[in-house]
Ligand binder design. Structure first.
Ligand SMILES: Nc1ncnc2c1ncn2[C@@H]1O[C@H](COP(=O)(O)OP(=O)(O)OP(=O)(O)O)[C@@H](O)[C@H]1O
Ligand SMILES: [Mg+2]
Length: 256
Protein backbone atom coordinates (compact mmCIF):
# COMPACT_ATOMS: atom_id res chain seq x y z
CA UNK A 1 0.00 0.00 0.00
CA UNK A 2 1.16 3.53 -0.68
CA UNK A 3 2.20 5.48 2.39
CA UNK A 4 0.34 8.56 1.20
CA UNK A 5 -2.55 7.13 -0.74
CA UNK A 6 -4.25 10.45 -1.50
CA UNK A 7 -1.27 11.62 -3.47
CA UNK A 8 -1.74 8.74 -5.94
CA UNK A 9 -5.32 9.41 -6.95
CA UNK A 10 -7.17 12.59 -7.71
CA UNK A 11 -10.57 13.58 -8.92
CA UNK A 12 -11.34 17.04 -10.22
CA UNK A 13 -14.20 18.81 -8.43
CA UNK A 14 -16.09 19.38 -11.66
CA UNK A 15 -15.19 17.93 -15.02
CA UNK A 16 -13.87 20.34 -17.60
CA UNK A 17 -14.43 19.86 -21.30
CA UNK A 18 -10.68 19.94 -22.02
CA UNK A 19 -9.67 17.50 -19.26
CA UNK A 20 -9.14 13.91 -20.38
CA UNK A 21 -11.71 11.79 -18.51
CA UNK A 22 -8.91 9.56 -17.21
CA UNK A 23 -5.15 9.85 -17.02
CA UNK A 24 -2.91 7.11 -15.62
CA UNK A 25 0.82 7.67 -15.18
CA UNK A 26 3.46 5.11 -14.30
CA UNK A 27 1.09 3.03 -12.20
CA UNK A 28 2.53 0.12 -10.24
CA UNK A 29 0.63 -2.30 -8.06
CA UNK A 30 2.06 -5.37 -6.35
CA UNK A 31 -0.19 -7.78 -4.43
CA UNK A 32 0.97 -8.69 -0.90
CA UNK A 33 1.89 -12.11 -2.35
CA UNK A 34 4.55 -10.36 -4.44
CA UNK A 35 2.58 -10.77 -7.69
CA UNK A 36 3.13 -7.69 -9.82
CA UNK A 37 -0.26 -6.83 -11.39
CA UNK A 38 0.59 -3.47 -12.97
CA UNK A 39 3.96 -2.01 -13.76
CA UNK A 40 4.83 1.28 -15.50
CA UNK A 41 1.25 1.45 -16.74
CA UNK A 42 0.53 4.77 -18.47
CA UNK A 43 -2.39 5.70 -20.69
CA UNK A 44 -5.13 8.31 -21.05
CA UNK A 45 -8.71 8.28 -22.26
CA UNK A 46 -8.69 11.34 -24.51
CA UNK A 47 -12.41 12.17 -24.55
CA UNK A 48 -15.80 10.85 -23.43
CA UNK A 49 -16.99 7.75 -25.27
CA UNK A 50 -16.89 3.97 -25.04
CA UNK A 51 -13.34 2.62 -24.68
CA UNK A 52 -12.55 -1.07 -24.40
CA UNK A 53 -9.70 -3.11 -22.95
CA UNK A 54 -8.95 -6.66 -23.99
CA UNK A 55 -6.21 -8.93 -22.68
CA UNK A 56 -5.34 -12.37 -21.41
CA UNK A 57 -6.27 -13.79 -18.03
CA UNK A 58 -4.19 -12.22 -15.29
CA UNK A 59 -2.93 -9.35 -17.45
CA UNK A 60 -4.11 -6.81 -14.85
CA UNK A 61 -7.42 -5.47 -16.21
CA UNK A 62 -9.60 -5.96 -13.12
CA UNK A 63 -6.86 -4.75 -10.82
CA UNK A 64 -6.60 -1.59 -12.92
CA UNK A 65 -10.33 -0.83 -12.53
CA UNK A 66 -10.10 -1.37 -8.77
CA UNK A 67 -7.20 1.06 -8.58
CA UNK A 68 -9.11 3.68 -10.60
CA UNK A 69 -12.13 3.47 -8.26
CA UNK A 70 -9.92 3.60 -5.18
CA UNK A 71 -10.76 0.10 -3.92
CA UNK A 72 -7.01 -0.55 -4.07
CA UNK A 73 -4.15 1.89 -3.59
CA UNK A 74 -1.21 1.82 -6.00
CA UNK A 75 2.35 1.32 -4.79
CA UNK A 76 3.34 4.23 -7.01
CA UNK A 77 2.09 6.27 -9.93
CA UNK A 78 -0.79 8.67 -10.47
CA UNK A 79 -4.44 8.35 -11.46
CA UNK A 80 -6.47 11.40 -12.38
CA UNK A 81 -10.19 11.22 -13.13
CA UNK A 82 -12.00 14.34 -14.35
CA UNK A 83 -15.33 13.05 -12.96
CA UNK A 84 -16.56 10.54 -10.43
CA UNK A 85 -15.78 6.89 -11.29
CA UNK A 86 -18.15 3.98 -10.59
CA UNK A 87 -17.55 0.26 -11.03
CA UNK A 88 -20.04 -2.13 -12.66
CA UNK A 89 -19.24 -5.74 -11.84
CA UNK A 90 -19.42 -8.80 -14.06
CA UNK A 91 -22.07 -10.33 -11.79
CA UNK A 92 -24.82 -7.81 -10.87
CA UNK A 93 -25.85 -10.04 -7.96
CA UNK A 94 -22.59 -8.99 -6.30
CA UNK A 95 -23.57 -5.33 -6.65
CA UNK A 96 -27.33 -5.03 -6.12
CA UNK A 97 -27.99 -5.00 -2.39
CA UNK A 98 -31.58 -3.97 -1.68
CA UNK A 99 -34.81 -5.80 -2.53
CA UNK A 100 -36.46 -3.37 -4.99
CA UNK A 101 -35.15 -1.41 -7.96
CA UNK A 102 -36.02 1.96 -6.41
CA UNK A 103 -34.42 1.22 -3.02
CA UNK A 104 -31.26 -0.05 -4.68
CA UNK A 105 -30.83 3.08 -6.81
CA UNK A 106 -31.59 5.22 -3.75
CA UNK A 107 -28.52 3.75 -2.06
CA UNK A 108 -26.29 5.41 -4.68
CA UNK A 109 -27.78 8.91 -4.45
CA UNK A 110 -25.68 11.70 -2.98
CA UNK A 111 -26.56 12.82 0.55
CA UNK A 112 -28.60 15.90 1.31
CA UNK A 113 -31.51 15.47 -1.12
CA UNK A 114 -35.11 16.01 -0.07
CA UNK A 115 -37.60 13.14 -0.36
CA UNK A 116 -39.07 14.69 -3.52
CA UNK A 117 -35.61 15.14 -5.05
CA UNK A 118 -34.72 11.53 -4.21
CA UNK A 119 -37.87 10.23 -5.90
CA UNK A 120 -37.15 12.40 -8.93
CA UNK A 121 -33.53 11.24 -9.20
CA UNK A 122 -34.51 7.58 -8.82
CA UNK A 123 -37.13 7.91 -11.56
CA UNK A 124 -34.61 9.68 -13.81
CA UNK A 125 -31.88 7.08 -13.31
CA UNK A 126 -34.31 4.22 -14.04
CA UNK A 127 -35.57 6.05 -17.12
CA UNK A 128 -32.01 6.58 -18.37
CA UNK A 129 -31.44 2.82 -18.47
CA UNK A 130 -34.82 1.86 -19.90
CA UNK A 131 -36.35 0.69 -16.59
CA UNK A 132 -38.84 3.55 -16.21
CA UNK A 133 -41.57 2.95 -13.64
CA UNK A 134 -39.94 -0.14 -12.09
CA UNK A 135 -39.26 1.45 -8.67
CA UNK A 136 -41.25 -1.22 -6.81
CA UNK A 137 -40.08 -4.21 -8.89
CA UNK A 138 -38.31 -6.87 -6.80
CA UNK A 139 -34.76 -7.25 -8.05
CA UNK A 140 -35.00 -11.05 -8.07
CA UNK A 141 -37.66 -10.78 -10.78
CA UNK A 142 -35.35 -8.95 -13.21
CA UNK A 143 -33.52 -10.65 -16.07
CA UNK A 144 -29.70 -10.65 -16.06
CA UNK A 145 -29.65 -7.82 -18.60
CA UNK A 146 -32.13 -5.76 -16.57
CA UNK A 147 -29.98 -6.29 -13.46
CA UNK A 148 -26.97 -4.93 -15.33
CA UNK A 149 -29.07 -1.96 -16.47
CA UNK A 150 -30.00 -1.38 -12.83
CA UNK A 151 -26.33 -1.47 -11.83
CA UNK A 152 -25.69 1.22 -14.46
CA UNK A 153 -28.65 3.21 -13.07
CA UNK A 154 -26.99 3.14 -9.64
CA UNK A 155 -23.76 4.44 -11.16
CA UNK A 156 -25.64 7.26 -12.93
CA UNK A 157 -27.57 8.11 -9.75
CA UNK A 158 -24.26 8.51 -7.93
CA UNK A 159 -23.43 11.16 -10.58
CA UNK A 160 -20.57 9.10 -11.93
CA UNK A 161 -19.17 10.27 -15.26
CA UNK A 162 -16.64 7.46 -15.66
CA UNK A 163 -18.23 4.00 -15.81
CA UNK A 164 -15.78 1.15 -15.25
CA UNK A 165 -17.32 -2.07 -16.52
CA UNK A 166 -15.54 -5.36 -15.81
CA UNK A 167 -16.82 -7.89 -18.36
CA UNK A 168 -20.42 -6.68 -17.80
CA UNK A 169 -21.88 -9.04 -20.39
CA UNK A 170 -19.90 -12.19 -19.55
CA UNK A 171 -22.84 -13.82 -17.74
CA UNK A 172 -25.59 -12.62 -20.10
CA UNK A 173 -27.42 -14.36 -22.94
CA UNK A 174 -26.75 -12.91 -26.42
CA UNK A 175 -29.89 -10.72 -26.47
CA UNK A 176 -29.16 -9.20 -23.06
CA UNK A 177 -25.52 -8.80 -24.04
CA UNK A 178 -26.49 -6.69 -27.08
CA UNK A 179 -29.02 -4.78 -24.99
CA UNK A 180 -26.52 -3.73 -22.29
CA UNK A 181 -23.88 -2.86 -24.89
CA UNK A 182 -26.41 -0.72 -26.81
CA UNK A 183 -27.37 1.08 -23.59
CA UNK A 184 -23.79 1.95 -22.65
CA UNK A 185 -23.02 2.84 -26.29
CA UNK A 186 -25.95 5.25 -26.25
CA UNK A 187 -25.04 6.80 -22.88
CA UNK A 188 -21.49 7.44 -24.15
CA UNK A 189 -22.43 8.91 -27.52
CA UNK A 190 -21.74 12.61 -28.11
CA UNK A 191 -25.36 13.21 -29.13
CA UNK A 192 -27.25 10.32 -27.56
CA UNK A 193 -30.50 9.57 -29.32
CA UNK A 194 -33.66 9.21 -27.26
CA UNK A 195 -34.76 5.59 -27.33
CA UNK A 196 -37.05 3.26 -25.38
CA UNK A 197 -37.09 4.68 -21.87
CA UNK A 198 -34.58 7.36 -22.82
CA UNK A 199 -36.13 10.76 -23.49
CA UNK A 200 -34.21 13.85 -24.52
CA UNK A 201 -34.85 15.48 -21.12
CA UNK A 202 -33.40 12.50 -19.23
CA UNK A 203 -30.09 12.29 -21.08
CA UNK A 204 -27.01 12.68 -18.86
CA UNK A 205 -23.93 14.80 -19.64
CA UNK A 206 -20.93 13.33 -21.44
CA UNK A 207 -20.23 9.88 -20.05
CA UNK A 208 -17.04 7.88 -20.46
CA UNK A 209 -17.00 4.11 -20.18
CA UNK A 210 -13.96 1.89 -19.81
CA UNK A 211 -15.23 -1.59 -20.68
CA UNK A 212 -13.25 -4.80 -20.23
CA UNK A 213 -14.21 -7.60 -22.55
CA UNK A 214 -13.23 -11.07 -23.67
CA UNK A 215 -16.00 -11.00 -26.31
CA UNK A 216 -14.15 -9.76 -29.35
CA UNK A 217 -17.34 -8.91 -31.29
CA UNK A 218 -17.98 -6.16 -28.74
CA UNK A 219 -14.86 -4.35 -29.97
CA UNK A 220 -16.78 -3.30 -33.11
CA UNK A 221 -18.86 -0.86 -31.03
CA UNK A 222 -16.20 1.12 -29.19
CA UNK A 223 -14.49 4.43 -29.89
CA UNK A 224 -11.10 2.86 -29.26
CA UNK A 225 -9.66 -0.38 -27.94
CA UNK A 226 -6.36 -1.29 -26.33
CA UNK A 227 -4.56 -4.47 -25.47
CA UNK A 228 -3.51 -5.08 -21.87
CA UNK A 229 -0.39 -7.23 -21.58
CA UNK A 230 1.74 -7.91 -18.54
CA UNK A 231 0.19 -5.07 -16.52
CA UNK A 232 0.41 -2.39 -19.21
CA UNK A 233 -2.21 -0.81 -21.46
CA UNK A 234 -1.14 -0.48 -25.10
CA UNK A 235 -2.06 2.27 -27.56
CA UNK A 236 -5.65 2.95 -28.58
CA UNK A 237 -6.59 1.26 -31.84
CA UNK A 238 -9.69 0.99 -33.99
CA UNK A 239 -11.86 -1.65 -32.26
CA UNK A 240 -12.85 -3.53 -35.43
CA UNK A 241 -9.28 -3.62 -36.70
CA UNK A 242 -8.07 -5.00 -33.36
CA UNK A 243 -10.84 -7.63 -33.38
CA UNK A 244 -9.82 -8.79 -36.84
CA UNK A 245 -6.17 -9.00 -35.81
CA UNK A 246 -6.98 -10.96 -32.65
CA UNK A 247 -9.36 -13.29 -34.53
CA UNK A 248 -6.53 -14.21 -36.91
CA UNK A 249 -4.19 -15.15 -34.08
CA UNK A 250 -4.10 -18.89 -33.39
CA UNK A 251 -3.83 -18.14 -29.68
CA UNK A 252 -5.94 -18.99 -26.66
CA UNK A 253 -7.47 -16.15 -24.67
CA UNK A 254 -4.88 -16.53 -21.93
CA UNK A 255 -2.01 -16.02 -24.36
CA UNK A 256 -3.14 -12.74 -25.86
N1 LIG B 1 -6.72 -10.87 -4.59
C1 LIG B 1 -5.57 -11.17 -5.21
N2 LIG B 1 -4.49 -11.56 -4.50
C2 LIG B 1 -3.31 -11.83 -5.09
N3 LIG B 1 -3.10 -11.76 -6.44
C3 LIG B 1 -4.15 -11.39 -7.19
C4 LIG B 1 -5.44 -11.09 -6.63
N4 LIG B 1 -6.28 -10.74 -7.63
C5 LIG B 1 -5.56 -10.84 -8.76
N5 LIG B 1 -4.29 -11.21 -8.50
C6 LIG B 1 -3.21 -11.38 -9.49
O1 LIG B 1 -2.98 -10.13 -10.13
C7 LIG B 1 -2.73 -10.33 -11.51
C8 LIG B 1 -3.75 -9.55 -12.32
O2 LIG B 1 -5.04 -10.08 -12.07
P1 LIG B 1 -6.37 -9.43 -12.65
O3 LIG B 1 -7.50 -10.07 -11.95
O4 LIG B 1 -6.25 -7.98 -12.61
O5 LIG B 1 -6.31 -9.92 -14.18
P2 LIG B 1 -7.40 -9.80 -15.32
O6 LIG B 1 -6.69 -9.20 -16.50
O7 LIG B 1 -8.60 -9.11 -14.81
O8 LIG B 1 -7.73 -11.31 -15.66
P3 LIG B 1 -9.10 -12.01 -16.17
O9 LIG B 1 -9.17 -11.75 -17.64
O10 LIG B 1 -8.91 -13.45 -15.85
O11 LIG B 1 -10.24 -11.41 -15.41
C9 LIG B 1 -2.80 -11.84 -11.75
O12 LIG B 1 -1.49 -12.35 -11.69
C10 LIG B 1 -3.61 -12.34 -10.58
O13 LIG B 1 -3.27 -13.68 -10.25
MG1 LIG C 1 -10.60 -9.66 -14.57
Amino acid sequence: MAADSLSNRSQAGASHQADPPLQVDQLRFVWPSGQVALDACSFAIPRPGLWMLVGGNGSGKSTLLRLITGLLEPNSGQIRCSGKPALVFQNPDHQLLLPSCGSDVQLSLPAGLSTAQRQEQIALALEQVGLAGLQQRPIHSLSGGQKQRLAVAGALASRAQLLLLDEPTALLDPDSQRDVLALVRQLCSPTPKPGPGLTQGSLPGPITALWITHRLDELDHCDGAALVRHGRVGRWQDGSALRQRLNRLPLGRGER
